[in-house]
Design a protein. Structure first.
Length: 400
């Protein structure tokens, strides 16, 4: 066997192993998200009962918080696996850099102030124009660093976010961003281990500042993915500073970004609207139905994609205002059902009705498949209920 043949076989074996890992993680994610959807959904619906005893409400709140922590842990495992295996492709967009940092700093300041921590920031006034970068990934890195600072800084402490321009040309700008706190700090001997997964940096006090233990490892992988560098300095009992250097390519054209409202708490009312839920799980049907009824939807149910197509065909145009479609179902899955509805020559309204994926399939490729099939949006289970209401409001009310 020659060297090329050995390399080819080794590459094929590596691809097979990578596929097995991806399949395992996808199934694990799906199976964990499905019961989490029930826990979070039923907790939310129960808490909406105004006659709920205060102690029961508090217990439900703790259940919901624990479920969200488990969800965050699952998401972090998947993120780190994707980053380390190279399965993440950068999603470049043209962003106004001043607008980006203004929005980012408002969010980070709110995180700190929730714990009564003083937050300061400094951004160069001459940092302006549009730059091309993956906004979602870069923001995740900054969020994790601020989360770490908030967890390890006591109330009354301080956190600072400082950005400096190291170099600038007609093509790109090199930045240094430093995030500092006067919290617990880190022993010098532990500094080389800061970015290792599950590393216990704060001794027994770590239980008071819990996270998945993967946040800093994910941050390092994100920074390296964008060809940047990250470093840390700190003194135990004094504080910690994380520094990131990275470059952004300039873009002459700007793309206006829709503003995403985190934790949107608007009052929604869908009186007169009818939704078709397409779902094969009884518990998920109950949850989705009650979430919609809570905001005055009329609701009907189909148990698989074939039933959804039949229900849509069996009523006149405009009978349904929106379809909420699961993906993994027996007989006909949600992707195939969506394609059939979109391609009905005898029903031109099939190309227009909003169809939203509501599924435990949560990978980026899953979102891409949903959109390619013709869906208008993708909600991953467990459902973020306020985000669901906001998306429905956007599709049904704002676009009228």
């Amino acid at each position: 066997m020659n060297e090329n043949e050995e390399l080819r076989k080794a590459l094929e074996e590596a691809k097979r192993e990578n596929h097995k890992l991806s399949d395992f993680l996808s199934r694990m994610s799906h199976e964990i998200r499905t019961p989490l959807n029930a826990i979070i959904g039923l907790s939310y619906l129960s808490k909406e009962n105004e006659s709920m005893p205060e102690k029961v409400y508090e217990n439900l709140d703790k259940i919901e918080q624990s479920a969200h922590f488990l969800l965050s842990f699952v998401n972090d495992i998947l993120s780190l696996s994707d980053l380390e295996s190279g399965r993440i492709a950068l999603d470049y967009d043209s962003i106004d850099i001043q607008d980006y940092f203004k929005a980012l700093l408002l969010e980070l300041k709110a995180k700190a102030e929730e714990k009564q921590i003083y937050f300061s920031s400094a951004i160069p006034q001459n940092m302006e124009g549009c730059y091309v970068f993956d906004e979602k990934l870069l923001t995740k890195a900054f969020r994790y660093l601020i989360d770490n600072a908030v967890k390890t800084t006591p109330s009354g402490g301080t956190i600072s976010f400082v950005a400096d321009i190291l170099a600038e040309s007609e093509e790109e700008m090199k930045l240094l961003v430093s995030i500092s706190d006067n919290g617990l700090g880190i022993e010098e001997t532990l500094l080389p281990k800061v970015f290792e997964p599950f590393e216990q940096l704060y001794g027994d006090s770590r239980t008071l500042h819990s996270g998945s233990g993967l946040e800093l490892a994910i941050t390092k992988n994100i920074v390296e993915l964008i060809n940047g560098e990250i470093s840390v300095t700190g003194v135990k009992g004094i504080g910690t500073t994380f520094s990131i250097t990275f470059s952004l390519k300039k873009e002459r054209r700007s793309k206006k970004r829709p503003k995403v409202q985190e934790g949107d708490r608007r009052i929604f009312d869908f009186t007169g609207k009818r939704a078709l839920i397409v779902e094969d799980s009884d518990i998920n049907i109950e949850i989705a139905k009650n979430i919609l009824l809570h905001k005055h939807f009329e609701v009907e149910v189909a148990l698989n994609g074939e039933e959804a197509v039949t229900a849509f065909m069996g009523h006149e145009a405009g009978y349904y205002d929106v379809i909420l479609m699961d993906i993994r179902m027996p007989i006909m899955d949600g992707l195939e059902a969506t394609k059939r509805i979109r391609c009905m020559e005898e029903r031109p309204d099939g190309r227009l009705i909003p169809i939203i994926a509501m599924t435990a399939n949560a990978f980026e490729e899953d979102v891409k498949k949903s959109l390619e099939a013709g869906m208008n949006g993708h909600l991953s289970k467990p459902i973020d209920i306020q985000k669901m209401y906001a998306l429905l409001d956007h599709l049904l009310n704002e676009e009228e």
